[in-house]
Ligand binder design. Structure first.
Ligand code: FO1
Length: 325
């Protein structure tokens, strides 16, 4: 874990009230929503994974940005977590009938965001500005930032094959075993991301998949170095509850990569980055003896009120770390 002496000295000099949340898809969106219901817009910035982004049917699709955006706007599909509530699928059914690529489903309402985004990008607007525009139109007051403006695609290596992320995740239903997650070497953070981290007093890593949602963000230069060196408390929330991922492939990936499927293994994955770790009561005792501040609470966000409760627990814990040092 981080060097104690350095942290203690720097936190005393750092009374900053900004909070940054690093988020991927559905789990990240839920915690971000909880935080947004507690914190005023000027105090919260959500930095979102864009490693899942790809071009489909000629459109730029940003699944994690849209999942967080729709969740904060209160228009997310409650069943899937991604896409829009009350969606219709007329266009996709016709794409299918015409023999087009229908393995990735874009709903009619959702298509409006992809069309608008793609048009703005083609006109030369950076993804950060496009995201700000879409958020304004959806009446989202908090800042949502893509981790970078240029494409930074995640790829999956599986038994010698290299698969673009969505082909692995959606087309092949994340079944090919993961040998390695390949992240780009040249991804650079935007000025907006750097400014948000410079002004942050706390960084919260949401309970998103550590390998394909959070690592792609940390891989963007200089985000990992800033979390290590700048005077923030960094607190992660476990994506693993009782030896299972709430949603998605995190547990399966841990197994395939030879890791124990546990909250402790998730904390150890983040290692030196962390000042604190929040994990579920079901896993109480699992981090005994670990050199990181810990909080064990109910982390399962089933309903809206759970998001706010967990966000409040995480904030109180993270702030206590900043005060204690
Ligand atoms: N996930 C699926 O499993 N099947 C889909 O057809 C699908 C379409 C889709 C469309 C827009 C969007 O924003 C997300 C979509 N997702 C779909 C979810 C998404 O691809 C993944 O959940 C994330 O990339 C992983 O965080």
């Amino acid at each position: 874990m981080k060097d104690e002496g350095r942290r203690q000295k720097s936190k005393i000099q750092n009374p900053k009230s900004q909070i940054v949340c690093l988020a991927g898809g559905v789990g990240g969106a839920k915690l971000a929503d909880g935080l947004a219901r507690i914190l005023p817009p000027q105090n919260l910035t959500i930095i979102v994974n864009t490693g899942d982004d790809f071009e489909h049917l000629g459109l730029t699709v940003c699944p994690d940005l849209d999942t967080v955006m729709y969740t904060l706007a209160g228009v997310a599909n409650p069943e899937t977590g991604w896409g829009r509530a009350g969606e219709s699928w007329v266009t996709m059914a016709e794409v299918s009938r015409l023999g087009g690529p229908d393995w990735f489903s874009l709903g009619d309402l959702d298509l409006a965001a992809h069309l608008t985004r793609t048009a703005m990008l083609r006109d030369g607007e950076p993804l950060t500005a496009v995201t700000r525009h879409l958020c304004q139109k959806l009446d989202i007051k908090h800042s949502l930032l893509p981790m970078c403006d240029r494409p930074a695609p995640t790829q999956i290596e599986s038994d010698g094959r290299i698969l673009p992320f969505q082909e692995w995740f959606v087309k092949e239903r994340w079944q090919p075993p993961v040998t390695k997650v390949i992240l780009p070497e040249d991804a650079r953070a935007t000025t907006a991301v750097i400014r948000a981290l410079e002004n942050a007093g706390l960084v919260i890593i949401a309970p998103s998949n550590p390998f394909v949602s959070i690592d792609p963000i940390l891989n963007v230069y200089p985000i990992r170095a800033m979390l290590m060196d700048l005077p923030q408390a960094v607190v992660a929330v476990s994506p693993i509850i009782g030896g299972q991922a709430v949603k998605g492939p995190a547990a399966k990936m841990m197994q395939e990569m030879g890791l124990p499927v546990s909250a402790r293994a998730a904390a150890e994955h983040y290692g030196e980055l962390l000042d604190g770790f929040v994990f579920d009561v079901q896993d109480a005792g699992q981090l005994d003896g670990a050199n990181v501040a810990q909080l064990s609470v109910d982390t399962w966000m089933r309903a809206q009120e759970d998001r706010v409760r967990l966000a409040q627990d995480v904030l109180t814990f993270a702030r206590s770390l900043a005060v204690a040092t």
